[in-house]
Design a protein around this ligand. Structure first.
Ligand code: NAP
Length: 139
C-alpha cells in the first residue's frame, strides 16, 4: 500500500496516547508520515521501545510512559512534555481498555471504573489536560 506523505505537521509536536500498539500506533505512523514530531505513549516502557523500533526511519519519534488512569501519571506526562518539547500542538487520545464484552446490565461494578475513562475518551482526572499552546489551532 502506498502511503501519501506531506509536510502538514512539520514542526508540530503530537502526543498520540495509547500508541504503543493497536489503533494508536497506526495513527502515530500516519502522523510521522505528515512530518509530525510524534510522542508515542502507553504504560509499558518495553512495548513503547518496540513500537519506536517499528517506526524507525519514519521521522522524529519519542516515547513517554505514563498511566492516564492515575492523576500523578497525567501530571508526570504533562511535565515531561513541557520539559522536552515546551509546547504540544496535537493531542489524539487512544489510550484505554475495551473491557469485558458482556451486556451493560451484567457489567461488574469493580471493572466498570477501569474502562469508563477510556470509553468517554477523556482520561479520568484529565479534564484540564496538557499544555496546548495558545497558537495550537493555527493550522
Ligand atoms: N480495537 C477495537 O475494535 C476497538 C473497538 C472499540 C473501542 N476501542 C477502543 O479504542 C482504544 C484503542 O483500541 P486498541 O484496539 O488500539 O487497543 P490496544 O491495542 O489494547 O492499545 C491500547 C493502548 O492504550 C494504552 N493504555 C491502556 N491503558 C492505559 C492507561 N491506563 N494509561 C496509559 N495508556 C494506556 C496501551 O498501552 P499499555 O498497555 O502499555 O499501557 C496501548 O498503547 C481503546 O480505548 C479501546 O477500548 C477499540
Amino acid at each position: 500500500m502506498r502511503i501519501m506523505s506531506t509536510e502538514l505537521l512539520d514542526g508540530r509536536t503530537c502526543l498520540m496516547t495509547g500508541s504503543s500498539r493497536g489503533i494508536g500506533l497506526g495513527v502515530a505512523r500516519a502522523l510521522t508520515n505528515h512530518g509530525g514530531t510524534v510522542i508515542l505513549h502507553g504504560r509499558e516502557e518495553k512495548t513503547l521501545r518496540s513500537a519506536l523500533a517499528s517506526l524507525k526511519g519514519l521521522g522524529a519519534t519519542h516515547i513517554l510512559a505514563a498511566d492516564l488512569s492515575d492523576h500523578d501519571g497525567i501530571e508526570r506526562l504533562e511535565a515531561e512534555i513541557a520539559r522536552c518539547f515546551g509546547t504540544l500542538h496535537v493531542l489524539i487520545q487512544s489510550a484505554g481498555i475495551l473491557g469485558l464484552k458482556v451486556p451493560l446490565a451484567e457489567y461488574p461494578a469493580e471493572v466498570w471504573g477501569e474502562v469508563t475513562w477510556s470509553t468517554t475518551a477523556t482520561p479520568k482526572g484529565c479534564d484540564q489536560p496538557f499544555i496546548l499552546h495558545k497558537d495550537a489551532g493555527e493550522r
